[in-house]
Design a protein around this ligand. Sequence first.
Ligand code: GDP
Length: 296
Amino acid sequence: MLDNLTQRLAGVMKTLRGEARLTESNISDALREVRLALLEADVALPVIKDFIAAVKEKALGEEVIGSLTPGQALIGVVHKEMTQLMGGANSALNLATQPPAVILMAGLQGAGKTTTVGKLAKLLKETQKKKVLVVSCDVYRPAAIEQLKTVAAQAGVDFFPSSTEEKPEAIALAAIDWARKHYHDVLLVDTAGRLAIDEAMMAEIKQLHAAIKPVETLFVVDAMLGQDAVNTARSFNEALPLTGVVLTKLDGDARGGAALSVRHVTGKPVKFVGVGEKLSGLEAFHPERMASRVLG
Ligand code: GDP
């Protein structure tokens, strides 16, 4: 198993005991270790470069106080910087609008959109006592609509049926109308995803977004994508005014580098993380905890 960053830094900075400040020369080996740790955590290369530059700027001249070693002082700077870059604190879902609060889910096929709709529906119902309706605008895959129906039943929320004959906007607008008439607080809109970024998919979801004007547009991305998460995030962020990100499959081996990369590329907060296939596997995102996970 790999040493964690603290141990590694202790190794390279051993000789520096007694130094009172972090300087260009005493942190260069250590920064190399930080870079390696970020690479192992699957943070994207351009993101690592910017991050290291930011850490260096913050660290230089920093006093090594009290009983800290220079290595510990640097870890403190790295941890703090990463936490801040990931948003500092948890960013909550915004439901402050005329009901129903419409939440649009976007992402590639297999990212975990439908599962996340079920998880979020359950969370909103159980923790905020919201009346939730869900709808699928995936008119290409009847199986996706069926999957959402199953998930809605498991979550104990209402399901608005869709037909593959209709256009996504027509389905979503009918669902909004239904939600309004039946006093739903929240409408979760699941969408079609492709295996790769595709112009037709982007045009469709842009049109859907313009028609339904959601209060939240969440980009769902698989943490296991690692480096590739960046390109996907960039494309979705360019096509849609995203309001947040859901990072899924963090119960697996992913070290979570995608959290930093996606935040860096989109500038949008990660709001939730998926931590399992079950509908209970959704948690609020906490930048500080994620920084500890990324740094190992
Ligand atoms: P969609 O195509 O984006 O709607 O993706 P799905 O919701 O169908 O999810 C694709 C696969 O990922 C399914 O097998 C899900 O059970 C799985 N999945 C989704 N979220 C998570 C998660 O947080 N952890 C794990 N381990 N699996 C997940």
